[in-house]
Design a protein around this ligand. Structure first.
Ligand SMILES: Nc1ncnc2c1ncn2[C@@H]1O[C@H](COP(=O)(O)OP(=O)(O)OP(=O)(O)O)[C@@H](O)[C@H]1O
Length: 302
């Protein structure tokens, strides 16, 4: 009931195709990172899903229903699209109370989400005095107000300090662990790697990848091991016999073309002490850049 279905979704703005026959599902119980270069169509997809714009063709539904057909949409889908959407002359509390009243949400939820997002102490202040990070927290509070099963967040870490970034990461993981569907767009790759179980990646309005995060990184990593030993001479000889050539780096060695299991077994057989041994993977950022290199609408010349 909380699965998002995007089917052949297309949005044209005049001659520009912002979203091009997109098809994918977003499943409950995990955090899905929604990635793509600037202009790839992420915000457009979210806007179409929320009924803020009309699709040229195709459908975007939650639990089989269009957002605009949901009886109490805020109780089903919570979204943070634009942290500046709230009226600046209101206080955070009055903003959330108005939202709750309009959607038949009990007023006690206002205090709960103010606590949950860490802005309870500032709830009586006018929103125009809020920092960007506090506005983000308020936007997230509004998204959580109806205790929805589906949560859509567009760049939620925007403006958050390091402590806030850890908080939002834990919040999203917690929401997914409760069985909710969490779809989060971001340009911060190391952050996305830390919170997303699954990735949906767009390029120029088209689907480039729909994959578990670990598999995406694994598939783009060539086997490589990082190690440290107190007896480099003996280990080098043993590796050479196995046809492997370690390369010396700053305080460690790197061996291309092998995994930690093999090197560990080899070192154990030779009785060489190993002080550090780990498989090295490409970062999500590198894997993402490799995938999207040809699909960026705006690129700078090196
Ligand atoms: N209202 C509009 N009118 C005309 N073109 C639009 C409109 N909204 C979006 N576009 C175009 O559609 C494309 C997709 O934009 P969109 O904002 O969905 O991308 P995005 O992936 O969210 O990018 P970003 O990461 O920069 O937020 C872009 O080329 C954009 O210029």
């Amino acid at each position: 009931m909380n699965t998002i279905h995007i089917r052949a979704l297309t949005k044209e703005y005049g001659a520009k195709t912002a979203v091009d026959k997109l098809t994918f599902d977003v499943l409950p119980g995990r955090v899905t990172g929604f990635l793509g270069p600037n202009g790839a169509g992420k915000s457009t997809t979210l806007r179409l899903l929320l009924g803020l714009d009309r699709a040229t063709s195709g459908t975007a539904t939650v639990g089989g229903h269009r957002y605009t057909d949901l009886e109490q949409p805020l109780l089903r889908v919570g979204a943070l699209l634009d942290a500046h959407a709230a009226h600046g002359s209101r206080t955070a509390r009055s903003h959330l109370r108005a939202l709750a009243a309009a959607n038949r949400i009990p007023a006690r939820r206002v205090e709960e989400v103010l606590e949950q997002t860490g802005i309870a102490a500032a709830a009586g202040r006018r929103i125009k005095t809020y920092s960007l990070g506090m506005r983000q927290r308020l936007g997230i509070a509004a998204a959580l107000l109806g205790d929805p099963g589906v949560i859509l967040l567009d760049e939620p870490a925007n403006g958050l300090d390091p402590e806030g970034i850890i908080w939002i990461r834990e919040l999203m993981r917690g929401l997914a662990a409760e069985g909710r569907t969490v779809l989060v767009s971001s340009h911060l790759m190391s952050e996305t790697a830390a919170f997303a179980d699954h990735l949906v990646i767009l390029g120029r309005g088209r689907l480039l990848a729909d994959t578990p995060t670990a598999a995406f990184i694994e598939e783009r990593s060539t086997p490589r091991v990082r190690l440290r030993t107190s007896e480099p001479g003996r280990l080098r000889a043993a590796l050479a016999e196995a046809g492997l050539e370690p390369v010396e780096g700053a305080g460690h060695w790197t061996v291309e073309g092998a995994r930690a299991e093999r090197i560990g077994a080899l070192a154990a057989r030779e009785g060489v002490p190993v002080l550090e041994l780990a498989d090295e993977q490409v970062s999500l950022e590198q894997a993402y850049l490799d995938l999207t290199a040809d699909h960026a609408e705006f690129t700078s010349n090196p």
